[in-house]
Design a protein around this ligand. Structure first.
Ligand code: SF4
Ligand code: SF4
Length: 251
């Protein structure tokens, strides 16, 4: 069945610049920190057969993750470096326009399109007001995103893959070694700006090879059946009473 093409025209309301984390490539994270702003790290882990994704989705996630040691086995860890815009983006001006428009991150250029190929663009799930969808250029049709957006999405996906191991190695340099179970919860770390910048620069200057560069990891899970399944397996769970990260259950 053919769908109507999706038209979009940004009305500059600034809603997409508030109340969220903004995923960054490694280069963008360094630039963000150098501008004096904070970067959080969102951590998730997965492993077959415990994460029941389709083969295509599993392969997509595999490519943007790094294999690490966990208990007596291995898991895949994805470290998402993200600008902290939970209150609002520090670059959002009083007139709701972007203060670094020409240098804004890739995801800001791509929004409201989806980067994840397994998530369909649904205007009702986006922050853009209804009048943004009434006119404007066609941004997507049955053949996919229009070509300039498609190129940006491709760059974003390739950066995710290219940066995946280095981001996990940077976490290890910072002593960060707990990830949440994918689709179950998120572990969110808020490293000190200077320490994170130093770790990024050190990893860029002398990247460490070998599995020891990624460290030994533990998991945090929210849902008790999953907790039990994992606890009876070979995976290491983080059961520390006090934690130095935010833990956010997703269901
Ligand atoms: S960098 Fe600019 S476009 Fe991106 S969230 Fe911040 S203010 Fe918005
Ligand atoms: S929420 Fe949509 S319309 Fe508003 S600034 Fe962001 S992209 Fe533009």
């Amino acid at each position: 069945m053919q769908h109507q093409p999706t038209r979009f025209n940004c009305v500059g309301c600034g809603a997409c610049c508030k109340g969220r984390f903004i995923p960054l490539t490694l280069l963008e994270a360094r630039q963000w920190l150098e501008r004096g702003h904070d970067v959080a790290i969102l951590l998730e882990a997965f492993k077959q057969p415990h994460w029941p994704a389709s083969e295509q989705e599993y392969q997509h996630s595999l490519l943007r993750s790094a294999q690490v040691s966990c208990g007596n086995t291995h898991v895949q860890v994805t470290a998402i470096f993200a600008a902290n815009a939970l209150a609002q983006c520090p670059n959002l001006q009083a007139n709701d326009l972007c203060g670094i428009y020409k240098e804004r991150p890739l995801v800001c250029r791509i929004y409201p399109m989806e980067i994840n190929p397994f998530i369909e663009l649904m205007p009702q799930n986006k922050d853009c007001p209804s009048d943004a969808w009434e006119h404007g250029e066609i941004i997507a049709s049955d053949t996919g995103p229009e070509s300039s957006l498609s190129s940006l999405i491709q760059v974003s996906r390739l950066s995710d893959r290219a940066d995946a191991r280095a981001k996990v190695a940077i976490c290890n340099r910072l002593g960060i070694n707990v990830a949440a179970w994918k689709a179950d919860a998120l572990v969110i770390q808020f490293p000190a700006r200077e320490q994170l910048l130093q770790a990024i620069n050190a990893e860029g200057a002398t990247p460490e090879a070998g599995p020891q560069a990624l460290g030994k990891w533990k998991l945090r899970v929210a849902q008790s059946p999953l907790s039990e399944a994992l606890a009876h397996g070979e995976l290491a769970l983080d059961e520390a009473e006090s934690v130095n990260y935010a833990f956010h259950a997703l269901r």
